[in-house]
Design a protein. Structure first.
Ligand code: SAM
Length: 259
């Protein structure tokens, strides 16, 4: 696997993300965050779609720890999916985890084909939330559940200075919106009992701890994983930490039901 020009989640970026967030995870909190957003719901025996599955750590947790019958992960980047397939084999879960590379836009998936749509910190990359949630609604069976977390922002005004700095430094394709905007898009798609839960405090703590690790005892490991880009990742984490500290970033959980 090598870094490609058209790939945003390069080997070195994945190296930095997994260093702070654990093997298989490109977002903070890992198993503990998944436990929180699945609190009170039972996904055992269910068919799950994971939108923006990254390198597949979440899918292993959903199948192995929560008994999902099958998890189908979709992502726009090929190299991350190669890692997912290898992980599924290593975990002995190849019969319950499947993956597909997709283009941005409508899902190439049949109507009403999943019981649960799951997504962890990936929908930030998709600008048109109304079309996105219409697609999520379409592929869910009646009675289906949407659960996710995402990097949201404080409001729909221009990003505050710290959020703007983070967006500039991180340099990824983002289409950020506020929690009320997400709720509106979910309701317009037809979902009911839509809710968000703010995780700003948790993410602020996580980014502070990550930044301390990257600039302290983990510095050598970061350089080993990312080479000359180490300082870039330190800057990314510092900017994210500041944007979270001042409340311009509002990461949170989302939940909604298809009637
Ligand atoms: C921050 S990572 C999160 C990965 C994983 N969910 C996790 O928590 O470890 C975001 C992922 O979303 C993927 N992505 C970006 N745009 C997407 C789209 N339009 N559809 C599906 N996946 C997308 C990226 O390639 C990346 O793998």
């Amino acid at each position: 696997m090598s870094d490609h020009e058209d790939v945003e989640y390069t080997d070195s970026f994945i190296g930095a993300l997994e260093m702070v967030w654990g093997d298989g995870f490109l977002s903070p909190g890992g198993k503990e965050e998944i436990a929180l957003f699945l609190e009170g719901v039972d996904i055992s025996g269910k068919e799950v779609l994971d939108v923006g599955c990254g390198v597949g750590g979440c899918d292993v947790v959903l199948a192995r720890d929560y008994g999902a019958a099958h998890v189908h992960g979709i992502d726009v980047e090929g190299p991350v999916l190669e890692r997912c397939v290898a992980r599924a084999e290593r975990e002995g879960l190849s019969d319950r985890l499947s993956y597909r590379k997709v283009d941005p836009g409508p899902f190439p998936l049949p109507d009403e084909s999943f019981d649960v749509v799951f997504s962890k910190d990936a929908m930030i990359h998709i600008e048109d939330k109304h079309s996105l949630f219409a697609e999520v609604f379409r592929v869910l069976r009646p009675g289906g559940l949407f659960v996710a977390s995402d990097w949201m922002r404080r409001d729909e005004g221009p990003p505050g200075p710290e959020a703007q700095r983070w967006l500039d430094v991180v340099g990824l394709t983002f289409g950020m919106h506020s929690p009320p905007f997400y709720l509106d898009a979910l309701e317009k798609a037809g979902f009911v009992d839509c809710s968000t839960a703010d995780r700003n405090e948790f993410v602020t703590r996580a980014l502070r701890a990550d930044h301390a690790l990257m600039t302290g005892e983990g510095r050598e490991e970061l350089i080993r994983r990312t080479g000359e880009e180490a300082q870039h990742y330190i800057d990314v984490w510092h900017a994210g930490m500041r944007a979270a500290e001042v409340g311009e970033l509002r990461p949170g959980h989302l939940r909604a039901f298809k009637p």
